[in-house]
Design a protein around this ligand. Structure first.
Ligand SMILES: *Cc1c(COP(=O)(O)O)cnc(C)c1O
Length: 356
């Protein structure tokens, strides 16, 4: 019995694309590549050959970084691709459903729609600072619920879902649904990843990304962490040679030695800045509410989103607003920038509340 028993039959039957790695002692005339690299040598090395099918060095660096066995990790082009692969692997069009907990990351819903999977919702409780309503979530799940997406820290609300609650829910869905925990912002939370729980819960899947804390959004690199059977299943779905050679090289360099130390320092600095920014925002006249954040952004509620939006535009500052979202009326998600950028934001938002 494996959680993959609930995956789509035709996906379980897929044979992963395979290709022998080139033998460098041979003249390789088997892959229709160009024989040489005709460009300026400055153009990031020799790229006339296909990269490794599944770059081992990248898998190993990501497994190290995320503290997981290499067999339980699949590198992906951003965790967004991970969401897509998981939904395609498990959800039969027009039959299966996924449950999401809005307000949350919009790509869960987008990829479910693309696959023809029904999207059910169990909204976070606005009255309880966006805590999960577990009873409501249970109600939304049925025998065709293949996947539940939990985002912790959640985008855009910034709160964490308690580990014990996630695990209890995951156990309640054993053999029935995959529980995906999106940890895109976990590095800013001060809490450990749930990756080590995969050994005890074969329906638990973790999404990690290099796009946020590791400052590599442009590289498009992340990872799906899961039971080996789930990893094998989604690996068979990835396009061949998905991870390009320049990306592998860039990521390996970024995650090593002094580069890695610099990334860790930036994470610590962002957390310090987030806490300072939250305090300063709470003191501003134009802001009604600042929610506690465990991520690299802060959710706030303006007195008037229109008036404040105009002020920010005049100062050439962009924040994410949620005009069409009833439960986030007048709210904005503000990414933590550099100290100078954050000060510019605070200055643009104007005066402090009386007495502060
Ligand atoms: C930014 C973000 C992602 C990741 O995106 P990538 O595709 O890895 O760049 C995933 N989940 C959430 C909740 C996010 O906010």
């Amino acid at each position: 019995m494996s959680i993959c028993d609930i995956a789509r039959e035709e996906i379980r039957a897929l044979v992963p694309y395979d290709a022998d790695p080139p033998d460098l002692d041979f003249v390789n005339l088997n892959a229709n590549e160009a024989p040489t690299f005709p460009y300026d040598a400055q153009l990031a090395g020799t790229q006339n050959r296909y990269p490794e099918l599944r770059p081992r060095s990248l898998q190993s660096a990501l497994a190290d970084l995320f503290g997981i066995d290499i067999k339980k990790l699949c590198p992906v082009r951003g965790s967004s691709e991970g969401i897509d692969l998981l939904i395609r692997a498990f959800c039969r069009a027009y039959r299966d459903n996924v449950v999401v907990l809005p307000p949350t990351f919009e790509m869960y819903c987008a990829y479910a729609n693309m696959q023809g999977a029904e999207v059910r919702t169990a909204p976070l409780s606005v009255e309880r600072d966006f805590a999960v309503d577990w009873a409501l979530l249970d109600d939304q799940c049925d025998e065709n619920t293949r996947m539940v997406f939990l985002c912790s820290p959640n985008n855009p609300t910034g709160n964490l879902i308690p580990k014990s609650e996630i695990l209890e829910f995951t156990r309640s869905r054993a053999g029935k649904s995959v529980v995906v925990v999106d940890e895109a912002y976990v590095e800013f939370s001060g809490c450990p990843s749930l990756a080590s729980e995969i050994d005890r819960h074969d329906n638990l899947v973790i999404l990690r990304t290099l796009s946020k804390a590791y400052a590599l959004a442009g590289a498009r690199c992340g990872a799906v962490l899961a039971d080996e059977a789930v990893i094998d299943l989604i690996s068979a779905l990835t396009s061949p040679y998905a991870i390009s050679a320049p990306v592998t090289r860039l990521v390996l360099t970024a995650l090593q030695g002094s580069n890695r130390d610099a990334a860790d320092r930036q994470i610590a600095d962002i957390v310090t800045e987030r806490n300072r920014l939250s305090t300063r925002l709470e003191q501003l006249d134009c802001i009604d509410r600042v929610w506690p954040s465990f991520a690299n952004f802060v959710l706030v509620q303006f007195k008037s989103a229109d008036v404040t939006g105009d002020k920010l535009a005049a100062a050439k500052l962009t924040v994410r607003q949620f005009a069409n979202n009833e439960c986030l009326r007048n709210c904005a998600r503000i990414t933590v920038g550099t100290t100078e950028e954050n000060n510019r934001l605070i200055d643009a938002l104007g005066s402090s509340k009386a007495g502060l």
